[in-house]
Design a protein around this ligand. Structure first.
Ligand SMILES: [Zn+2]
Length: 567
């Protein structure tokens, strides 16, 4: 507040000194005076007709002006803070179009197995964590890669060898497969007699005994027993997560699914740490009765302005490729075509009900059949209700049929993809690609083809599935290599994006995907002063250096939410 007050005091003083009421001239100067100006920068605005400018002025929460140094210095007066960017790169504040704030926040403190791609490295991490936490009643963690188990899925015997005297439960990096030890299975009473729950599978050996791997809804059998965190523990994690997001240059995020309890915690955390705007999708109701819709409508009314805004519902059409649960037209090598969670008729009915009530619908759909089901439901809802402009979204949208890409533009449907999903680590190259087979792998995460088809493509991270560090996402979308630079030239290099395209997907297009492109997503007069200052010129440097970029300053509505020590 202090700067604002200083400006007002300065203006009042000026008025007093000039003798009485403010003259029209002083009023004029007041109206165009900036609280802060940024000069001598390389400011990437995201506006097509003026993509790069030198300087920018902020007044209150919004952008007052963009232009040359000379243009902008005109808005500087006594009390205006001048920031000399010394050639640094500025972009609109980053927007993550798909993440899970609580899961991501908790991942900052729990056992993470993400970078262990061999069985030995993975079990080493579990052993170390168990030794370091002797009082934990359960050994829990997440992030293991399918690639660490070249013979198939993990087994309880493998985990018993590391943790035998406590229950252990480890969730795969994509959140779709769980790995239990024998004690955890015993506590959950999962035996050869236990039936597979709807939408899930208890993986069994040749004799019918559970192996310890549980897919999709079967994960709840064990996962449901893990002691729940207390609300204040979750809220503390959320506060840390929000601060971390700001440090990654994020000014807005889209929360992909949430229940009413978690929404309250998020509202409290944002009140305590007001460093992020959050667009929220509630969990979809499978059978949206008038009562269910009324409950959700109440939440939409309550959170309709400010930093926390409810506007969408999110559901799952299918699963994931690695667990062979993403719904496909053609079978996976060996077995099955995946598990759609709905019939087309059920999906059509639910989507039409939400569409009619003015909701945006976000549907997780990864396999080509799942994506077709989601597109079909969206198209039918618009036709049945006579609605336009709902901007329904297919989340992840990994393996679409090429012929389905034009349906996005035609029906105004958003492709909500994740910039790091094609990250070609061992899991991707060793499990994901072979599970699809060569023909389907070529159309997976086809970011360039999606752009070429004219779809609005919004980028996200799916944190905690991948880090929400945006420069890592941009680096992946532009190079399609690992940070080590493999494979040379990138995986499916024809789908690499330009840096500017990747930036657009993380700013303007993600803003469009939350119906907020008029307020944010580019740096233009009157839009929110949400911006990020980076250590390197993303557009000018060679793509292999993007990953080394540091966030120096994050500004949200004119207020700093993150500042690097060396800025
Ligand atoms: Zn997600």
């Amino acid at each position: 507040m202090s700067r604002r007050v200083t400006v007002l005091v300065a203006a009042a003083l000026a008025a007093a000194l000039s003798g009485g009421a403010a003259s029209p001239k002083v009023k004029e100067a007041k109206a165009s005076q900036a609280d802060r100006i940024f000069v001598n920068g390389r400011i990437w605005t995201g506006e097509p007709d003026r993509p790069l400018v030198e300087a920018l002025a902020v007044r209150g929460t919004t952008v007052l002006a963009v232009g040359t140094n000379a243009d902008i210095r005109r808005h500087s007066a006594k009390g205006t803070e001048v920031v000399d960017l010394r050639g640094r790169f500025v972009a609109p504040g980053f927007i993550d179009g798909h993440l899970h704030l609580l899961g991501g926040s908790l991942s900052l403190e729990e056992l993470r197995l993400d970078d262990a791609f061999t069985f030995g490295a993975l079990t080493g991490l579990v052993r170390d964590w168990a030794a370091a936490h002797p009082d934990a009643h359960w050994v829990t963690g997440r992030g293991w890669a399918y690639a660490a188990f070249p013979a198939g899925l993990p087994s309880r015997a493998q985990l018993d060898a590391v943790v035998a005297n406590r229950p252990a439960w480890l969730v795969s990096y994509d959140g779709h497969t769980g790995w239990a030890n024998s004690m955890a299975l015993r506590l959950a009473r999962v035996t050869r007699e236990t039936k597979d729950p709807a939408g899930g599978e208890i993986v069994r050996d040749g004799k019918g005994e559970p192996t310890g791997a549980l897919k999709e809804s079967a994960m709840d059998l064990v996962g449901g027993l893990v002691p729940k965190l207390l609300p204040h523990e979750k809220e503390r994690a959320l506060r840390n997560g929000i601060a971390q997001a700001a440090a990654w240059g994020l000014t807005s995020v889209h929360q992909a699914g949430i229940d009413a309890e978690e929404l309250e915690l998020l509202a409290n955390a944002l009140a305590a740490v007001p460093r992020l705007r959050v667009y929220v999708a509630l969990d979809i109701e499978r059978d949206p009765t008038p009562e269910a819709l009324a409950r959700q409508e109440e939440l939409r009314r309550r959170f309709s302005t400010g930093r926390l805004r409810v506007g969408a519902v999110k559901g799952y059409v299918d699963g994931v490729v690695e667990a062979k649960t993403a719904a496909m037209f053609e079978p996976y090598p060996g077995d099955g075509t995946g598990l759609p969670n709905w019939t087309q008729e059920e999906l059509d009915r639910a989507v039409a009900a939400y569409d009619k009530a003015g909701w945006q619908v976000m549907l997780h759909a990864i396999g080509d059949r799942g994506i077709d089901m989601a597109l079909t439901a969206f198209e039918r809802a618009a036709r049945a209700n006579g609605t336009t402009g709902r901007r329904h979204r297919v989340e992840h949208m990994e393996v679409a049929r090429t012929a389905d890409l034009p349906r996005f533009k035609a029906a105004g449907i958003i492709a909500s993809t994740q910039a790091m999903f094609p990250y070609p680590n061992q899991n991707h190259i060793g499990v994901y690609v072979p599970t699809l087979g060569p023909e389907r792998a070529r159309r997976a995460m086809a970011f360039r083809a999606i752009d070429d088809a004219g779809a609005v493509q919004s980028f996200g991270s799916d944190w905690p599935v991948f880090t929400a560090e945006v420069v890592r996402g941009i680096a992946c979308a532009v190079t399609r290599t690992t940070v080590e630079g493999t494979p040379a030239g990138g995986w499916e290099p024809s789908q690499r994006l330009t840096t500017e395209a990747a930036l657009r997907h993380f700013t303007r297009d993600a803003a469009f995907a939350e119906h907020a492109e008029k307020e944010k997503g580019t740096l233009a007069v009157g839009k929110l002063a949400d911006l990020v200052i980076l250590s390197q010129d993303l557009v000018a440097i060679p793509p292999d250096r993007i990953k080394d970029t540091k966030v120096l300053l994050t500004v949200l509505g004119g207020q700093d939410t993150w500042k690097a020590k060396d800025f």
